[in-house]
Design a protein around this ligand. Structure first.
Ligand SMILES: [Zn+2]
Length: 440
């Protein structure tokens, strides 16, 4: 999950304090009490969807669904899942007629299935995001204002004059942004110097970026860097990743799972339990045929806080294995436990000038008009950018896509654009789609 905390989005101090106070309590609620809370929020979302969202008004009438008669989570199963194709086909019908009340912000994500989806988030729903992260990071000892470092690409891509900088430091928030696109053996000393200068207590980044960073620090023989905790996000945290990061930075990694559409969020506690944030959204698992007895299924998420474009039983595409025994975590929190998450896993690009690029998949969140895209490094100095254009793809889109990719990988690599179809990309791939593929 990629989140930009911008001050202007959080000018709701009372709402933040209120939700913060609630989330501090609700994490200790019993499973039953959490479900009761979910039902109350769900009733509100469903009634709003029926009254104000044309897509749901028509759908609920067609299937005879009465939102005012929903008194349990089981009622959700009567509503057909909302696939990404349905979101794309019905985008305007899914926007609430009174969306302006919620100051909607247009967002885009490529998700782990690689298919770009556009949607709206209420500006005040950032209050939830802020409080959710505050709680999750607090589990590792974070306090508001603690010095924090983040391995990131978005800021440097959107500030062209800073794109080759190794870092930028925001004094008011004590936030150190480290440029994840410039990571290389030659430059690692600059990153380490910035960390020694500003001494952040926490480090956040994509799982693979954190891993590459830890390997580069280790290869330099540096052993005196340490954090209170490292927060991993956006990709699967593989076992060797965790082991290396924890050894190099002398602290625990706190892993998390989520997506930009904000329907489901999972975060790891100090005891290593992966907790489903049941007070954030509702998770259902759609079973594969013949798999009814298992606790494994694809994620159907229902957001509880977004009104401008409610997503109900939204098919995210990732696979999750729930804790079959409904056991309680050693930490005592009532938030249910998740056993396994099969999320995004991408290849890494190594460029001729020594950069190790891990976040190139975010390209498809930045360029409009691409239904599905894939980056294939065929040779050290050659990348094929596969594009399935959508209706919004214009003459400037190709240039924008190539320039953005060039910002990720530098100028020493030749980029060839290949226009193709969704079927061809998916057919050429293995079981789990990868947005970035390396043939090296
Ligand atoms: Zn726990």
């Amino acid at each position: 999950m990629s989140v930009e905390f911008r001050i202007k989005n959080f000018l709701h101090p009372l709402a933040i304090l209120k939700l913060r106070r609630f989330l501090e309590k609700s994490q200790w609620f019993s499973f039953k009490r959490l479900q009761e809370y979910q039902v109350v929020r769900l009733q509100r979302i469903l009634n709003h969807a029926y009254t104000n969202v044309p897509y749901y008004h028509k759908l609920f009438n067609r299937i005879g669904f009465k939102p005012h008669k929903v008194f349990s989570l089981d009622a959700l199963q009567k509503i057909p899942p909302l696939t990404k194709d349905l979101v794309k086909e019905n985008k305007h019908l899914l926007v609430a007629r009174n969306a302006a009340r919620f100051s909607p912000v247009s967002c885009r994500t490529s998700g782990s299935t690689g298919e770009a989806v556009e949607f709206y988030l209420d500006r005040p729903s950032n209050v939830l995001e802020f409080c959710y992260y505050w709680r999750y990071w607090s589990w590792a000892g974070y306090r508001l204002g603690s010095p924090f470092a983040e391995l990131a690409s978005h800021y440097f891509l959107t500030h062209p004059r800073r794109k080759n900088d190794v870092y930028v430091f925001y004094r008011p928030g004590r936030r150190l942004l480290l440029n994840s696109m410039m990571l290389s053996c030659d430059r690692i000393d600059h990153y380490v110097a910035a960390l020694r200068k500003y001494r952040p207590r926490f480090l956040k980044g994509l799982a693979s970026t954190l891993y590459v960073f830890a390997l580069l620090v280790k290869d330099k023989g540096i052993d005196d860097l340490g954090f209170d905790a490292v927060f991993s996000t956006g990709e699967m945290l593989l076992k060797p990743y965790r082991k290396t990061i924890e050894a190099v930075f002398h602290c625990k990694v706190y892993d998390s799972y989520g997506h930009m559409e904000r329907t489901v969020a999972v975060s790891e506690c100090p005891c290593g339990g992966y907790h489903l944030n049941a007070d954030y959204g509702i998770l259902e698992l759609q079973k594969e045929p013949g798999q009814n007895a298992t606790a494994r299924g694809t994620v159907l998420g229902t957001g509880l806080y977004n009104f401008s474009m409610p997503l109900i039983r939204y098919a995210v595409g990732d696979v999750i294995e729930a804790d079959h025994a409904n056991s309680l975590c050693q930490c005592g929190r009532g938030l249910p436990l998740i056993k396994n998450i099969h999320g995004r896993k991408e290849d890494i690009i190594v460029t001729p000038d020594g950069r190790i690029v891990t976040s190139a998949f975010t390209l498809f969140e930045l360029v409009h008009g691409i239904e599905l895209g894939q980056i294939v490094q065929e040779q050290k100095d050659r990348i094929v950018l596969r594009i399935v254009p959508s209706a919004g793809y214009g003459p400037e889109s190709e240039q924008q896509a190539v320039t953005t990719l060039q910002n990720f990988v530098g100028q020493d690599i030749c980029i060839k654009v290949d226009y193709t179809t969704k079927e061809k990309i998916k057919a050429a791939d293995g079981r789990k789609f990868k947005t970035v593929v390396s043939c090296l």
